[in-house]
Design a protein around this ligand. Structure first.
Ligand SMILES: Cc1cc2nc3c(=O)[nH]c(=O)nc-3n(C[C@H](O)[C@H](O)[C@H](O)COP(=O)(O)OP(=O)(O)OC[C@H]3O[C@@H](n4cnc5c(N)ncnc54)[C@H](O)[C@@H]3O)c2cc1C
Length: 393
């Protein structure tokens, strides 16, 4: 038996074993061997999820060794990457080919397949999450067979695989949308939070990326914008807030204080009202909270389980230190987000049931039908996902 824990140290598991795999052939062998032993399988990326997606009593596959850029097709605007590649390891090789990812989240420590699996996103009113940038995926299924899916080939599997929760098979390679490499100028400033809420549309439209971090109880908030620029990068790199460099050098930040997090995406137009309601609730019920609320925008997409499926979103995240009790806080926040038809981030804390998620995600049943068709024995499920599975499946 092995020991496993996630980045924050909040989640623990005792899988039968953790297998480090560094080639597709090794993945095929490991999947066949686990299936022959009757063991369930989960893949781990960089273990940065707060939701219990990885814990299993079966086998955990670690694909950190299956890393690197495979190829770039500048005409198609796509790049093929090995699934275990850390996002941090993509910037330089992509730039060497003259391209870059369309967007990134707050950090770049995740494995690309791990980030895609949960709909990881950055900010930008016209920018979609990483799953929406998936143009193709290669999977090793529960019987060890290999399938390449895209909008043209096995389109339903492709739709489910773009945001897959690790539940369809082992992804060994992804084809991602890229764009010509670009530079960003970063700016951080303090502004009265109500003024920011009142002029949010204007601020979000003014630059490619805009977000704000608000400390509970404070009248002002830290605003952050990133604007595209042709100006030369400034090296050595400045502190967060003053950087001007290539997109991958500016988009990623250090977030090393261990915390757990809940994040919901609400309809874009409800974002300010939701934030104000959250501010009131936190002041009343959690006056000692010392972690920020992060507010971002997310463009609408067509990814089946995306939190921005067919609706532009505002995302609100609430954090708590790992040494603090977080459940009362997160449950209170979740009740509030639910009033705004919020959809929970798949990689962060939530307590929603399958029927509740079905009501929030129009393609919930389709996703499960495809999942179950490609993995009928449920080899790629764990207890967390099993609890969400529709009863009629
Ligand atoms: C400090 C911090 C900052 C964060 N910032 C952001 C942010 O800005 N925006 C945002 O949206 N989220 C953010 N997150 C959440 C994070 O991006 C997601 O939880 C993401 O899924 C973590 O990626 P990972 O590589 O660690 O995957 P893991 O947490 O290890 O796994 C996530 C899922 O991916 C699956 N998986 C991984 N690799 C494969 C594979 N090869 N084949 C099949 N399935 C696979 C796993 O089975 C699991 O279901 C942050 C988290 C932390 C801790």
């Amino acid at each position: 038996m092995a020991e496993w824990s996630n980045w924050s140290g909040r989640l623990h598991a005792k899988p039968a074993r953790v297998a480090s795999l560094s080639s597709e052939a090794e993945v095929v062998d490991a999947v066949r061997s686990a299936a022959n032993s009757g063991l369930r399988m989960r893949v781990v990326g960089a273990a940065h999820s707060h939701a219990p997606l990885v814990p299993t009593e079966g086998v955990v596959f670690d694909l950190a060794g299956l890393s690197g850029l495979v190829s770039v097709d500048p005409a198609a605007g796509t790049a093929r990457v090995h699934a275990g590649t850390r996002i941090a390891d993509l910037g330089v090789p992509l730039r060497a080919e003259g391209v870059a990812l369309l967007n990134q989240g707050d950090i770049d420590r995740q494995a690309i397949a791990g980030a895609v699996a949960t709909g990881t996103h950055g900010t930008g009113e016209k920018l979609r999450n990483l799953s929406a940038g998936v143009m193709g995926a290669r999977l090793i299924l529960a019987d060890g067979s290999r399938v390449d899916c895209s909008a043209e080939n096995e389109p339903e599997l492709f739709q489910a695989a773009r945001l897959n929760l690790g539940a369809l098979g082992v992804i060994t390679e992804l084809t991602l949308a890229v764009r010509p490499a670009y530079r960003l100028q970063e700016k951080i400033w303090l502004e009265d939070v109500d003024t920011v809420l009142d002029r949010l549309d204007e601020l979000a439209a003014a630059t490619r990326h805009f977000e704000f971090f608000w400390m509970p109880g404070r009248p002002r908030t830290a605003c952050k914008s990133l604007a595209e620029t042709d100006a030369d990068p400034v090296y050595p790199l400045a502190e967060e807030g003053e950087r001007r460099a290539w997109s991958d050098e500016v988009l990623a930040n250090e977030r090393n204080d261990k915390h757990s997090e809940m994040e919901y995406t609400v309809p874009r137009e409800d974002g300010p009202a939701c934030f104000r309601a959250l501010r009131e609730m936190l002041a009343r019920d959690f006056p000692d909270l010392a972690w920020p609320v992060e507010y971002r925008t997310l463009a609408e997409d067509d990814v089946w389980l995306s939190t921005a499926y067919q609706r532009p979103g505002a995302t609100l995240s609430v954090h708590q230190g790992v040494d603090q009790p977080d459940e009362p806080l997160f449950r209170a926040c979740e009740a509030l987000f639910a009033q705004f038809a919020g959809r929970p981030h798949w990689g962060k804390v939530h307590y929603r049931t399958g029927p509740e998620l079905a009501a929030l995600h129009p393609k919930w049943d389709d996703w499960w039908q495809v999942r179950d068709a490609w993995d009928p024995a449920g080899r790629f499920l764990n207890a967390h996902l099993e609890a969400l599975r529709p009863a009629n499946h």
